[in-house]
Design a protein around this ligand. Structure first.
Ligand SMILES: NC(=O)CC[C@H](N)C(=O)O
Length: 500
């Protein structure tokens, strides 16, 4: 039976996912069998495992860091918010329905047996489970019946480290306040604090650490520097959306839809030195990018209405009419169609005219398509015609089914026979495949075409192997954490567990 360590945070985005991933890599490097675990994730960035099951992307990254294949047991519950009040609830990788937040919170303890089944079976196969909490354990309105923070720590009898974000300020107050809002039993699980995202002179910080330790009986087990490294993000608070104003050769604009999903699809572009992805949420920011991407969304029709109202749709139509390239992924692909219909009310219902840039129609079905795919580009025209013959690999997660009016085609999946996973019309491209840009040949072909269009030279020799890049990032993360965390102490608390 594995031992456990749990990473909780004072807020969302404090860096729990990153530190969990780094610890997974460190323990694996030290020879342990390791698995990440998060009982419940609320995220629109999800992934499809080899068994066709859906899980949150943060645990996928952590699994990779632990040299493991992503496994749905690592994230038994996934909530995908469809609106401000409700979510699609996914248990052990399969949709169980849409639920209002209130109904879910009232009934969530019914999922404890599922959570513990997954946890126990992972624990039986590993030496250490690195558990990640969610949000903060001090949300006093949600603490009762908790299944993801202190409730989970108790079920797994796991020592807990709390991560605070010093970059946003108020780190002492939030670490102190988090501890003080816990009850006496819960406090016994807290074995250390971690200060994350530190930049500056540690000498100036040190007296504060001492004062905090005088106020609460919790040692600071490390001060982790601010890292520019990016691993796949979990939620829309992600720093990915903070645009920089650096000038580059190729400007790629992604529309930041209100329900944007799977924006990890575009991380691959970061490997291209001369390209920059910027996220835009107003018509004013549109300008004239070299490539426009419409990303996935959990609520295609609502997000299309939003684009229409804020004037972005008009900008896209103007931009596309001049022959500029547009690429839609999943929900973004659906928006490019002539019409979208939701007869079974899976995403709020109704019918709407699409952008009409691809002669196709999308209908939302009752059953979700969840599959991994691989295939090759065929019949891609326009500026990216060099994609033909290039292979892709990825996964699909959607309720909608898209059918072309006539003969339009672009991608053929090898494993799905004649299944068409995407369409192309002129310089407008759409596909259901998430992760399509992770293929080095696809990525390079697209970038090269964009350079050519601008009359610029593209240095093709630079590698953009996404997998190799990620491996290097995980090792770098582990090195950085080894330098800043007291690993001896962390091993000690893992070994001791929690005695009440
Ligand atoms: N991941 C996505 O973009 C999904 C698109 C759309 N919401 C569907 O389910 O069909």
């Amino acid at each position: 039976m594995a031992k456990a360590i749990m990473i909780q945070g004072t807020t969302s985005n404090a860096g729990k996912s990153l530190i969990t991933a780094g610890l997974c890599r460190i323990f694996s490097q030290d020879g342990y069998r390791v698995a990440p675990f998060k009982s419940q994730n609320m995220a629109l960035n999800s992934y499809i495992t080899e068994d066709g099951l859906e899980m949150g992307r943060a645990q996928v990254v952590q699994a990779e860091a632990a040299y493991k294949k992503p496994d749905v047991r690592m994230n038994p519950i996934l909530l995908k918010p469809t609106s401000d009040k409700g979510s699609q609830v996914i248990v052990n990788g399969e949709v169980v329905g849409n639920m209002k937040a209130m109904d879910y919170y009232k009934n969530k303890t019914r999922y404890i047996p599922e959570i513990m089944k997954s946890y126990s079976s992972l624990a039986a196969e590993n030496d250490i489970i690195v558990i990640e909490g969610a949000g903060s354990p001090a949300e006093i309105n949600l603490k009762e019946n908790d299944i993801v923070n202190m409730g989970m720590a108790k079920m797994a009898n796991s020592p807990v480290l709390i991560v605070g974000d010093i970059d946003r300020g108020g780190v002492f107050a939030s670490l102190y306040g988090t501890y003080m809002l816990l009850n006496e039993t819960e406090k016994k699980y807290i074995k250390g604090n971690i200060i994350n995202k530190f930049r500056g002179d540690i000498k100036i910080l040190e007296p504060g650490l001492k004062m905090l330790e005088d106020l609460i009986p919790v040692p600071t087990v490390g001060v982790v520097p601010y890292m520019t490294m990016r691993i796949d993000d979990e939620d829309s608070l992600s720093e990915v959306f903070e645009n920089s104003s650096v000038l580059v050769d190729i400007d790629i604009a992604v529309i930041k839809l209100p329900r944007i999903s799977n924006f990890t699809d575009f991380n691959a572009f970061e490997l291209i030195l001369g390209a920059k992805v910027r996220y835009i949420s107003s018509a004013k920011e549109f300008k004239c990018p070299d490539l426009l991407i419409l990303p996935g969304t959990k609520n295609t029709i609502d997000d299309l209405k939003w684009m229409r109202e804020c004037g972005i749709e008009a900008e896209i139509l103007k931009y596309a009419s001049r022959g500029n390239p547009v690429f839609g992924i999943c929900g973004g692909y659906q928006m490019l169609c002539k019409s979208l219909k939701d007869p079974y009310n899976v995403e709020g219902g109704g019918e709407i005219k699409g952008l009409g840039l691809i002669d196709a129609h999308t209908v939302f079905e009752k059953e979700k398509t969840r599959t991994r795919v691989s295939g090759i580009f065929k019949c891609a025209g326009g500026i990216f015609s060099e994609l033909n013959g290039k292979s892709f690999e990825g996964y699909e997660i959607h309720m909608g089914i898209t059918k072309a009016e006539g003969f339009l085609s672009m991608l053929k999946s090898m494993d799905g026979g004649e299944k068409t996973d995407g369409l192309c019309q002129g310089n407008v491209y759409g596909s259901y495949v998430h992760g399509i840009f992770d293929s080095e040949e696809v990525l390079k072909t697209i970038i090269k075409a964009l350079y050519n269009k601008k009359g610029l030279e593209y240095n093709e020799t630079l590698s953009c192997d996404v997998k190799a890049h990620k491996e290097r990032e995980y090792d770098k993360l582990a090195d950085e954490l080894r330098k800043s965390l007291d690993m001896k102490y962390i091993y000690k608390i893992i070994d001791e567990g929690v005695t009440l």
